[in-house]
Design a binder for this molecule. Structure first.
Ligand SMILES: Cc1cc2nc3c(=O)[nH]c(=O)nc-3n(C[C@H](O)[C@H](O)[C@H](O)COP(=O)(O)OP(=O)(O)OC[C@H]3O[C@@H](n4cnc5c(N)ncnc54)[C@H](O)[C@@H]3O)c2cc1C
Length: 495
């Protein structure tokens, strides 16, 4: 039995930013992580000399200026820093009809390449993406903390009234409405859908404009930067920083239950029977894994949220090691392949490909590359299979993905050295996420971000952090959620 100021359930990026921020403010913090290492969806694993990123590898938030560089800031707060490698192209799109497009780090270069594909929409393209910049410039001019803290809101409004009003105006809007204000061409609108889908897993009419303002502008401002040593280094450094400030992480510590007393969250019970008490409990598990699992009840506010949002699909992931000759010179790090606009949201259709060794060759043995190819699909498709059926299905679908990769990298099959296939079952098991989900997706078009909950919950003493809280999925977004959560908890604890 021990008492902490705060216990964080889970050492994902949201949990680690919260914990390290709280520790840095002087709170006594314990993080309980069920897995062997920190990072969750931003973790890594090593096989046969390759260091694979579990999921994320297109990293926002490592810029050097402004306020939206939240990964840089989270590390600096605990005296940590990572060497990062700038990626000159955020993503290389392989679009239906054999069209290709690169989203260059340089904004002008990207706009000019897109305009060459849609010359009749020259003005609309510029107006739409410039409107995204307006959102970003508001965000990037203010310190990003808890919107549940009234004194912060008053201070920030006094300091930056125009930026606050600008953001408030965009809060209820989705990208689709803004895009259709400027753009008519149906194929270009399809492309804007894909621009949203690759990180929000929903089309533009369901993607909040605030998130799009961040993504569509920061890729040209702070840029996409890959951490030297792999994405797992971010979590590792945050964990080191947390320890420096007196925090503790216990690995292989699965929390089974949040303990309440008189309706207030006061502690947790781990699978090994250990009980820990704290003044505040913070769950980095998804809201679905928190309410109804860690806590038996699903409060009314959570039932309402579930009517608005459902778990998005998971992924079929191929982690490949290939001889360097498989990757032609000049290849970009990140690719998105779609053969038919109408199939964008269908399972196994939109294909994501990352080759992080093009930025950091040390992740693979000399003369080899890592290729991570993944495509959305549902857990339901992988359940109720016996072990033999499961292996056969993995093999068959991995074969289909390789077939599609051959169109990009014709020598890939011949140069294949290592392959590991992950399914929604793998994501569920190792990441502890319901249905192996990537995160929440709106069930229907909602008013922008207005329906996304902040960190406090209706259970006193219990907070949520991570991708099922404002502002949603992605490493920089969950870092935002972590800053906000730590701010709210620290204020409640009097730090
Ligand atoms: C395939 C894939 C590709 C992606 N690509 C990108 C990308 O390129 N760029 C980007 O920015 N984002 C990307 N993302 C999204 C990004 O990785 C996530 O949004 C983000 O990492 C989620 O962080 P989190 O802290 O909310 O949760 P998680 O990463 O899920 O962390 C939660 C942690 O809590 C632990 N946990 C859960 N339950 C318990 C329990 N009961 N007891 C103890 N511990 C528990 C888990 O083990 C985990 O470590 C990708 C995600 C995937 C899956």
């Amino acid at each position: 039995m021990s008492t902490w100021d705060a216990i964080v359930i889970g050492a994902g990026m949201g949990g680690l930013v919260t914990a390290s921020q709280l520790a840095q403010r002087g709170a006594k913090v314990l993080v309980l992580e069920k897995y062997l290492i920190p990072g969750g969806s931003a973790g890594y694993f090593e096989r046969s000399g390759y260091r694979f990123d579990v999921g994320a590898s297109m990293i926002f938030g490592f810029g050097t200026q402004g306020t939206t560089n939240l990964l840089t800031r989270a590390l600096a707060a605990v005296d940590e820093k990572l060497t990062t490698i700038p990626d000159p192209v955020q993503v290389h799109y392989h679009l239906p009809g054999d069209q290709q497009l690169r989203v260059h780090r340089d904004y002008g270069e990207f706009i000019s390449e897109l305009t060459q594909l849609f010359p009749q929409e020259k003005k609309g393209i510029r107006r739409f993406y410039d409107e995204c910049w307006r959102v970003f410039n508001c965000l990037n001019s203010m310190e990003l903390l808890s919107l549940e803290e009234p004194r912060y809101l008053l201070r920030i409004f006094a300091q930056k009234p125009l930026a606050c009003l600008g953001l408030a105006a965009y809060l209820p809007w989705n990208v689709g409405t803004i895009a259709r204000k400027h753009i008519r061409d149906p194929e270009l609108l399809n492309f804007i859908d894909l621009e949203c889908y690759i990180w929000s897993v929903v089309p533009a009419n369901q993607t909040p404009m605030i998130n799009a303002g961040m993504v569509f502008s920061d890729r040209h401002y702070g840029g996409i930067n890959y951490p030297k040593g792999g994405v797992g280094q971010i979590a590792q450094k945050l964990a080191d920083g947390l320890a420096k400030y007196g925090g503790e992480i216990h690995y292989q510590s699965r929390v089974n239950r949040i303990i309440t007393a008189q309706g207030k969250a006061v502690g947790v019970e781990c699978a090994n029977g250990q009980i820990h008490h704290a003044k505040r409990i913070i769950s980095n598990a998804t809201r679905w894994d928190t309410f109804g699992h860690l806590l038996p009840d699903i409060p009314r506010s959570e039932q309402r949220w579930r009517k608005w949002y459902k778990p998005s699909p998971s992924f079929l992931s191929l982690h490949l090691g290939v001889r360097a000759s498989a990757i032609p010179p000049g290849t970009d790090c990140h690719h998105v392949v779609l053969n038919d606009w109408a199939q964008m949201e269908a399972p196994y259709q939109t294909l994501f490909v990352s080759i992080p060794t093009l930025l950091d060759p040390d992740l693979a043995p000399e003369g080899y590359h890592i290729v991570h190819a993944f495509t959305p699909c549902w857990l339901a498709d992988w359940e109720h299979l016996n072990p033999r059926e499961y292996e056969q299905k993995k093999e068959a679908l991995a074969g289909q993905v390789i077939e599609r990769l051959l169109a990009l990298f014709p020598r890939l099959d011949a140069d294949l050295d290592y392959m590991e296939v992950g399914t929604p079952r793998t994501h569920r098991r190792f990441l502890g996420r319901i249905q192996g989900t990537y995160g929440p997706m709106p069930r229907r078009p909602l008013p922008g971000l207005l329906t996304m909950p902040f960190n406090r919950t209706s259970i006193p003493g219990l907070y949520c952090v991570g991708d099922s809280t404002f502002p949603g999925q992605g490493l920089n977004a969950v870092a935002f959620s972590g800053f906000a959560c730590a701010h709210r908890v620290a204020t409640d604890l009097g730090f």
